[in-house]
Unconditional design. Structure first.
Ligand SMILES: [Fe+2]
Length: 237
């Protein structure tokens, strides 16, 4: 992997509550490029009660092609994925693996903003047992306060991976917790969760800087290789 990765973004134009236009998407990509981000995972919201998987993929491809045709930065790789909203019964949704991030089995899942029920936890565990899906819980920092301490541990021990937003590492009141979770291997992926070029713009480099400062020089390279190991083809090399 050459450069940084932003694992959670809403950079595709006019597909969700993220970028409002191609021009705004280009600005967002440029802002990330300035921060040495070379791989951007596009994760538009997916709500199963609003759209089918094939229609979503078609819309996503159209938005991506529009952006790519106008984007001059050819060295930026954009991987297509989704931020899939959890609902009871999601494990029975056919072809769910088609929403995994390109070149990987990683499925970014947005959980309910509440204490998760035993049913929900069991369904997450069921999903994580599917051989073609590895569950990644999006922005865990929003939920940890609601959960039993043992819940996240139980999920992680069963192969569920964790994403946090970059501002978890930069927030005055949260950075200590973020760094300690990262050090303990409780966070795998970091994303800006950007939604625009002005409103919720992409800030991610500072989070990576904080991580780099806290670890020795080989660590970051090892971390990048670790991230790359989740993808079946080389990303941005
Ligand atoms: Fe998001």
């Amino acid at each position: 992997m050459n450069g940084l990765i932003d694992f959670h973004t809403h950079i595709l134009p006019q597909i969700d509550d993220g970028s409002k236009s191609i021009e705004e998407s280009i600005k967002m990509v440029e802002l990330l490029a300035k921060q040495n981000v070379k791989t951007i995972v596009a994760t538009p919201h997916f709500y199963a009660n609003r759209i089918g998987i094939s229609e979503f993929i078609e819309k996503r491809n159209t938005a991506y092609n529009k952006l790519r045709s106008k984007l001059k930065l050819s060295n930026i790789e954009i991987l297509l994925g989704a931020e899939v909203k959890y609902y009871e019964g999601i494990s029975r949704l056919e072809n769910l693996n088609q929403l995994c991030i390109e070149k990987s089995n990683l499925l970014l899942l947005e959980m309910p903003f509440a204490r998760w029920t035993e049913f929900e936890i069991k369904e997450l565990l069921e999903l994580s047992c599917l051989k073609n899906i590895t569950v990644v819980i999006a922005h865990i920092e929003r939920y940890i306060g609601f959960q039993n301490k043992s819940t996240i541990k139980r999920l992680r021990e069963n192969g569920v991976l964790i994403q946090t937003n970059a501002n978890f590492f930069t927030g005055f009141f949260t950075k200590h917790k973020a760094c300690s979770m990262f050090k303990n291997g409780e966070i795998q992926f970091i994303g800006s969760d950007c939604h625009g070029s002005v409103y919720r713009p992409p800030h991610i480099a500072k989070a990576y800087e904080i991580i780099k400062k806290k670890h020795d020089s080989d660590f970051f390279e090892e971390y990048c290789s670790f991230i790359e190991s989740f993808f079946d083809k080389k990303i941005n090399s």
